[in-house]
Design a protein around this ligand. Sequence first.
Ligand code: ZN
Length: 458
Amino acid sequence: MTPGGGGSSRAASLLLAGALALLVHAQPSPASSAQPADSVTLALVGGQVIDGYGESPIEDGVVLISGNRIARVGSEAEVEVPEGTRVVSTEGMTVMPGLFDMHVHLQILGHGDYERWNELYGDRLAEDVMPVAARQLLAAGVTSARDLGAPPEDILEVRRRIRSGDVPGPRLFVAGAFLQDAPYEPWQSDYRWGVDGPEDARSKVRRLVEAGVDVIKLIDQDRMEEPEVEAVVDAAHDAGLPVVAHAHRVEEILVGLEHGVDNFEHTGLGTAPGYPERVMRELRERNLDLYWTPTVSPLYVMRYTGSRFPERLDDPGWRRFMPDSMAREIRASLEHIPRLPYYADFPARIPTLPDKFDQLRDAGVKMMIGTDAGIPSMFHIDATWREMERWQRLGVDPMRIIQAATLVPARFLGVQDRLGTLAPGKLADVIAVRGDPLRDMRAMRDVEVVVKDGRRVH
Ligand SMILES: [Zn+2]
């Protein structure tokens, strides 16, 4: 994306994507476009295919992969599978682009006490913690994830190791450290950077840019001096990076909007019943180029785990890829979820969420799936489908939910030419889930096949 760019260019790219989708769908099966047999390396055959463009799914679909790219997408009647191709049957499944989770934290794994976690694991995040989160995300069908807060060196090291193939995991897009007024606690200073004046703000953005981050994360902007906020956003945009900000308070949203934040996180506003009209007015004005990751599921998941179904904590699922000692430590920390300070206002906030969620939809902002995976009881292995399922319960059409986890994030990150849809030439990040998520999003739990960069990884 072009940070701070006008809405019209985004609207144009949306139209273009729509036109391309039509072209792809209109394509019959001209023999001339068939791939030579030896270039097709993998075929997913038989399932219903959702290509991500929002059209009706393809029944009895075929996805042909050549190396790390998608070669063909169509029905079994249209697309011939070259003899000798390695075939993965997707009968009974739904095939779709690999998911994006736009709000994760690889440095924590659901533990209930951040300070204790930091004492135990703070010096081995890149070695022992982040790879667990990365492998869990991949097994959940998340082939691209945006990490919105971690010590920059650790998360960049893990991104390198995933890219080089040393660690299995999603493609990572990372923020590194939060930029804020000041760290809340001294022990957080390696991932929460305080900003002291506009010059310091610019130099901290530059440090992150030079280290290689993909987005800048700004929080508590209503507690900073306005010239500092302006400096953060301008320095990020000058470097071609978008700015992602918290939306916990009315003033935090308004200051962010005033200075050109590109994407807000969380629904925010605590127990307030909704966004006031002065916020809604601004949102409607910005809707074409404003993205929002509402992260609604954590509140529901924590309440569910804390009081309705603590048995969830005995499920071996969330312990996957984790040493026993680590799993025991996390389990013990979640023994009494309702007593966690983090949880205090959740029960009062939950009834306000559906209305706020509706307001965001009405305002027309571009909503993306993100989960805050890593925070207490939000495990990377099941966070993403829980967020998707919650959106369905909140009334969103399943096809739109899938696009909010594929095409929309790819556009935000400026990678829509490579990722987020299934079409010839795109990178082959493809998943298959058992059943039909267009009927029931709980199908997203059962990820049977994960192909990343053309290779089957799950
Ligand atoms: Zn977060």
